[in-house]
Design a protein around this ligand. Structure first.
Ligand code: SF4
Length: 308
């Protein structure tokens, strides 16, 4: 039996659905976006990058780098230095806006690092964990995994405007999956999940029980079952491209704007559009008339506080 197969109830091999929390959430948000993200190859060209993603990635990278420094070097200033040196500039309106946000992000990162104990070594930083059930093989990367007492704690950094609550921590499928996967990989219990909102310094935490984690996993399996059935229907209609074909087609496109329109009609029964206000932030809105109608695309820097 291959690593990706389990025996089903009827004794026949049953393929595991390999996924990340992000893939499952994309299916829930909008099946059409899921199709364009995970199935259409070549992938339809995305819209321009978002400045808030640059802020988030820069801060995450700086904090990950900070934990890799020798303990004596883990000062708040070092965190700020890492942030400034690794600053990502995609998506900002201009250099001045990028520089302003680099300083904001530097302050935010230094403030956060000042509240950390440099000697309190995490069990994992940007640690990839994975777990299997009878139906899914799920994996993901945890920003930070702490050891507190005999238990592990999942820490997720947040850098956007929205300040998370305990309800967000409780309801997060991703955090619950990380907790289960971390516990299995490291063979230590893990029930607590935390969202660390760097701009405000707030921590939204939730203490799961075995039962609540189990409920999240069962939910992940239900979402996976839907997405997996849709994947199979897609593959039945669209044979896998011959090796190299996708690359050739991407290279042949004369430019991003010249990409041919995406024909959704053959897939709309299994991958319907789910237009709503999130369409403003969808990377594939340019290929989606319903989404553009529902919510105009925002400027790439529109999610930055005080910039709209
Ligand atoms: S624009 Fe909206 S409806 Fe269209 S694919 Fe994106 S999220 Fe879905």
């Amino acid at each position: 039996m291959s690593g990706g197969e389990q025996l089903g109830f009827d004794g026949m091999p049953q393929r595991l659905y390999a996924c990340t929390p992000s893939r499952l959430n994309t299916w829930l948000d909008c099946p059409r976006r899921y199709r364009m993200t995970y199935l259409d190859r070549p992938m339809p060209p995305k819209g321009p990058p978002w400045a808030h993603n640059s802020v988030g990635a820069s801060v995450h990278n700086a904090l990950a780098g900070w934990w890799r420094l020798p303990v004596a070097d883990r000062t708040p200033e070092a965190a700020g230095g890492l942030l400034a040196r690794g600053w990502l500039t995609d998506g900002f309106r201009d250099e001045a806006q990028s520089a302003r946000w680099r300083e904001r992000a530097r302050e935010m990162t230094e403030r956060y690092a000042a509240g950390l104990d440099p000697a309190d070594e995490p069990v994992g930083v940007e640690r990839t964990v994975a777990a299997r059930t009878d139906r899914i093989a799920v994996s993901g990367r945890i920003d930070r995994l702490d050891a507190r007492g005999s238990e592990l704690v999942v820490v997720d950094y947040k850098t956007g405007r929205y300040v998370q609550t305990a309800d967000d921590a409780r309801g997060s499928l991703a955090l619950a999956i990380y907790a289960v996967a971390a516990s299995r990989v490291l063979r230590r219990p893990c029930h607590r999940v935390e969202l660390h909102h760097l701009p405000s310094g707030e921590v939204a935490a939730w203490e799961h029980t075995d039962e609540s984690l189990e409920r999240h996993i069962r939910r992940a399996e239900r979402i996976a079952a839907e997405a997996s059935a849709a994947d199979d229907a897609y593959r039945a209609r669209v044979p896998a491209p011959r090796r190299g074909e996708a690359r050739t087609r991407v290279a042949a496109a004369p430019g991003r704007d010249a990409a041919p329109p995406v024909d959704h009609a053959p897939f709309d029964d299994r991958f319907p559009a789910r237009p709503g206000r999130l369409c403003s932030w969808c990377d594939f809105a340019r290929h989606c008339p319903e989404g553009r109608e529902a919510a105009p695309r925002k400027d790439p820097w529109a999610a930055l506080a005080d910039e709209t």
